[in-house]
Ligand binder design. Structure first.
Ligand SMILES: C[S@@+](CC[C@H](N)C(=O)[O-])C[C@H]1O[C@@H](n2cnc3c(N)ncnc32)[C@H](O)[C@@H]1O
Length: 313
């Protein structure tokens, strides 16, 4: 069994904060998902109960979304990610970022994630959709046949329905680790800065492999520890997804945080846990910012493709 302190270090800063709050009422419930079908055994013995972690995230993102709803610019607050800023290194977006577009860095993150992946006429699932920023970018620039957004937070889902819902765009409340869709439903799945919150991240990876059709793409970007990143890539390959591209965009994300995080803090009430908000926004000097800067954590952008004959094919 791993040293609990080492295990704690592996949690994201947000998870660590949630853990600190939950530890008082922690109950040692064995996790039935601890042993994965693949043989990858997840050490969950030192983790708080997964359901409680998820409930904590649901509460947190419900609060965030409710606060943004009350903000003057709340109707246009579609994104909850750190964003991507150009630093002169090669870029892959095929769509130029329009001048004067609001939330430019977050839009740019999605444009870089999509790159040259075909979206037009395809069915897309966005897991951890937040306030629908990825769905908005996909619909604005890429003509998907249909977009489904899924998120744990009912407030975020309610906002998405109001802001982005239409005949070809739906939003549902749900858990990334138990996707409520039949096998091989989607041509493309996206996941933007959300998976670090999932207590059993490999279960999510397995679900993505299941709901994608053979040949379908998984466009995936998040900040994880180096160890978690390596495990994630290994597991995704194991469940039938080939890595077509793997980019380290940590410098672009840190630059984006330098540019916008301090301003974004102003959208949150003073009554919030200030450490949590600082980590949520990765303000310079926050734990998550320092972890990314030091290289202990890495922000990766992956393009994967489901192999024929993989599970769910
Ligand atoms: C940092 S926000 C990113 C939102 C969005 N992808 C974006 O780029 O703006 C993380 C999102 O993941 C969602 N989330 C966290 N755990 C989840 C889970 N187990 N299943 C589905 N969504 C989850 C949160 O509710 C939140 O909306």
């Amino acid at each position: 069994m791993a040293d609990p302190r080492a295990r704690l270090q592996e949690l994201s800063p947000g998870q660590r904060a949630a853990f600190a709050r939950l530890v008082a009422k922690r109950r040692a419930i064995p996790d039935p998902d601890a042993a994965d079908v693949s043989g990858f055994v997840l050490d969950t013995a030192a983790s708080p109960d997964h359901a409680e972690v998820k409930a904590g995230y649901r509460r947190f993102y419900n609060t965030v979304s409710a606060q943004l709803d009350r903000d003057l610019y709340g109707d246009f607050s579609f994104f909850l990610n750190y964003g991507f800023a150009s630093d002169g290194s090669p870029e892959l977006a095929t769509v130029p970022l329009p001048e004067h577009y609001i939330n430019r860095n977050s839009v740019k993150l999605v444009l870089e994630l999509v790159g040259d992946c075909p979206i037009e006429g395809r069915r897309v699932l966005d897991v951890g959709c937040g306030r629908g920023g990825t769905a908005h970018v996909l619909k604005t620039f890429f003509k998907p046949a249909h977009v489904t957004g899924l998120d744990l937070s009912p407030n975020a889902v309610a906002f998405c329905r109001r802001a982005h819902g239409d005949a070809n765009t739906e939003f549902i409340e749900g858990d990334a680790e138990r996707l409520p869709f039949p096998d091989a439903t989607f041509d493309v799945a996206t996941n933007v800065e959300s998976s670090h919150s999932y207590p059993n991240i490999h279960r999510f990876h397995g679900e993505i492999a299941r709901v994608l059709r053979p040949g379908g793409h998984f466009l995936y970007t998040d900040a994880l520890s180096l160890q978690q990143t390596q495990a994630a890539i290994g597991f995704l390959q194991h469940v039938g997804l080939d890595v077509e591209r793997d980019r380290d965009i940590t410098p672009n994300v840190l630059l984006s945080c330098d540019q916008i995080a301090t301003v974004r803090v102003q959208a949150f009430d003073a009554g919030n846990d200030q450490d949590l908000v600082a980590n949520f926004l990765a303000t310079p000097g926050s734990q998550v910012y320092v972890d990314l800067q030091s290289g202990r954590w890495t922000y990766r952008m992956l393009k994967l493709r489901k192999r024929s004959g993989a599970p769910g094919a």
